[in-house]
Write a protein of this length. Sequence first.
Length: 200
Amino acid sequence: MKTFRVYGKSGAGSLIVEYLLQLAGAEYELICPDKETRRGNAYRSVAPHGLIPAIETPEGHTMCESLAITIYLLERFPDMGMIAPHGQAERMQCLQWLSILSTALYNANLRWYYAETFGPEEGVRAKAETDRRAVYDLIEAGAGAYLAGKDMSAADLYLYMLLEWDNDLLAELETRPRMKRIREKVGALPEIRDVMARQP
């Protein structure tokens, strides 16, 4: 196998993997396993918890969890320019924002969309919405031109993916001009537009 295999779902957490591979100029195949397939032993040998995203590298190695895959791809393709070099403060900021986004905002979105799996649906969804807005406010207060400094990074791509899951996004962006500007700049990248246009 000479290409990456990306196990994901249209518009889901596999988007960040596609964004980075597209920016790196790497060939990949998107595979969208259904729920039954994800419960099977074959898929669980790729992703032990049966969730997406997961990848298989051209060398045959497998990996799951969007944050872990993101960091791996940043290391594998350093010339992509989506994280500052070692030793720079901007690199630390990128990693910090990736962690915040993957643990706080991603989790809030999951609780909003799958509230019934976390507890009483109405209360879970209300708390998820509050938590999501708290992260938005944190971003608005802490962002400059981009999340990790003057240059775009993988953290901005990750944010773009998560913002796309918010049904009330336009209203949320009205009072957050910095976050709105980052979203617009990421969304204007030809590679990002290509990925979004190819979603199954």
